[in-house]
Design a protein around this ligand. Structure first.
Ligand code: NAI
Length: 250
């Protein structure tokens, strides 16, 4: 439960059906927002989440789409605006990893990660721009990563995509500031989701060693920060990268 008042707000979250995105959907709904979210493949999970949000008394719609696809992303945004009449909050959350040392990284692994993590942010942000400019208000929140700030061996594609998201965030924040649209990024550290489940015990131990708070976070701990950045409480914050990482980058 959060203390932010987002009643009457319409939010769109990419990759909302599981992990961090799922908690973002639930927290925004708990704050009073009606939510639309996209998902890639697991329809049952998406349907269950729609029902969960509706049980809270909020409106929810799920769209199956590939965030890396420009035309599909634009289509989703147009449908959301048609369905809800406006769009106040965009959370660019969809993301993947395809880790490997550069020597072994294939062109496909590079392209897939850049398209899904970085191009998707361009796709959705461009698609919502006109609507938010017309409203003279909007909140765009991009989920980057702490490794996009400090780098990480074995993740050159992922790190490049997240560093790209950070640069994109700052540039668009400058472009849209005068229109009362705030654009910020969150850089999570290590969060308990399917993405980090893939790590072996040795990798997890090494990670704990570099987190001053000595623990991996829950997705809820990112979702509550999204609610803050989506709320009027953060109206004078734009172009920032908020590290939510237990102290990894400071
Ligand atoms: P996850 O693997 O549990 O969920 C990823 C979500 O993205 C899923 O809902 C999936 O359907 C969606 N997705 C993936 N490719 C897509 C595509 N092409 N089109 C539409 N949706 C797509 O991952 P998690 O951990 O919840 O990650 C969410 C975001 O947080 C990602 O951007 C990730 O890079 C970022 N992040 C995660 C961290 C972690 O430790 N779990 C740390 C730092 C950042």
């Amino acid at each position: 439960m959060t203390n932010y008042n987002l009643s009457e707000k319409i939010a769109l979250i990419t990759g909302g059906s599981r992990g961090i995105g799922r908690q973002i959907v639930l927290h925004l709904a708990d704050s009073g927002a009606n939510v639309a979210f996209t998902y890639r493949s697991r329809k049952e999970d998406a349907d269950a989440l729609v029902a969960e949000v509706q049980a809270k008394g909020q409106k929810a719609v799920a769209y199956q789409s590939n965030a890396a696809d420009h035309a599909q992303s634009n289509e989703v945004v147009q449908q959301v605006i048609k369905e809800f009449g406006r769009l106040d909050i965009l959370v660019n959350n969809a993301g993947i990893t395809k880790d490997g040392l550069l020597m072994r990284m294939s062109e496909q692994d590079w392209d897939d990660v850049i398209q899904t993590n970085l191009k998707s942010v361009f796709n959705f942000t461009k698609a919502v721009c006109r609507q938010m400019m017309g409203q003279q208000a909007g909140k765009i929140i991009n989920i980057a990563s702490v490794v996009g700030v400090v780098g990480n061996a074995g993740q050159a594609n992922y790190v490049a995509s997240k560093a790209g998201v950070i640069g994109f965030t700052k540039s668009i924040a400058k472009e849209l500031a005068s229109r009362n649209i705030q654009v910020n990024a969150i850089a999570p550290g290590f969060i308990e989701t399917e993405m980090t489940e893939k790590l072996n015990e040795k990798q997890k131990e090494a990670i704990l060693g570099i987190i001053p708070q000595k623990r991996i976070a829950k997705p809820e701990e990112i979702a509550s920060v999204v609610c803050f950045l989506a709320s009027a409480d953060s109206n004078y914050i734009t172009g920032q990268v908020l590290c939510v990482d237990g102290g990894m980058a400071m």
